[in-house]
Design a protein around this ligand. Structure first.
Ligand code: HEC
Length: 191
């Protein structure tokens, strides 16, 4: 570590000592995670609604299938963090949760049962190596039921059966947690 960097860190440590303990709640990555997931969530909702109204539900499958990972990859490039979607009952096995994500998803379900609203379900933690991770629950809204509900149109079911033989993401009800956005932040680079 350079002397300059060490002096900077000492300065930061002094400021933190004055202002109390550094809390994860003050981490700028938490705020950025919130804006990334807010953007991704509203963008997907809007794109899905538009695709369904212009091309019908089968055409809209591409929004969740191709556009969602594409926008997530774009946000990853812009932020330097890994942005993805996951779920306990996933449609695409590529979105299967890692062990830590499964724990948080189960915790979200439990928190929802104890009457917390889905909107407030988020998780942020900073690891000992200063990397950080964030998750935000995704609620099942009315438009989601077209492809994730129990009463799928036959033509939707046919396309899903073809592409996703191991689909577990059906039978959701309004208000249930469909899954979560997940963001992995690398440790800040030291100069
Ligand atoms: C037109 C059909 C369609 C609609 C409507 C739809 N989805 Fe999906 N969804 C899919 C498909 C197809 C996939 C699989 C994507 C892939 O291959 O990565 C998927 C995957 C997902 C995933 C990733 C985890 C998994 O199951 O693989 C989440 C999370 C998700 N959808 C949430 C939603 C939410 C929330 C809504 C409503 C706002 C919604 N979807 C509406 C078709 C749809």
């Amino acid at each position: 570590m350079s002397l300059k960097r060490a002096a900077q860190l000492a300065g930061i440590a002094a400021i933190l000592a004055l202002s109390g303990t550094a809390s994860a709640a003050d981490d700028p990555r938490l705020l950025e995670s919130r804006s990334i997931t807010k953007f991704l969530g509203s963008r997907l909702q809007a794109d899905l609604k538009e695709a369904i109204s212009t091309g019908g539900p089968v055409a809209a499958i591409n929004v969740c299938k191709d556009a969602a990972p594409h926008i997530a990859a774009e946000l990853s490039r812009m932020s330097g963090a890994k942005v993805s979607r996951t779920s306990l009952r996933f449609r695409n096995p590529r979105n299967a949760p890692e062990a830590w994500q499964a724990v948080i998803l189960e915790e979200f379900d439990a928190r929802l049962k104890s009457a917390e609203s889905t909107a407030s379900l988020e998780h942020f933690e900073v690891a000992a190596d200063s990397s950080a991770r964030f998750m935000k629950a995704i609620p099942t809204g009315p438009v989601c039921l077209v492809c994730h509900g129990s009463d799928l149109a036959p033509e939707v079911r046919a396309v899903l059966d073809e592409h996703y033989p191991y689909d577990r993401a059906r039978g959701y009800e309004l208000g249930e947690i469909r899954g979560a956005f997940s963001i992995n932040w690398p440790a800040p680079v030291e100069d």
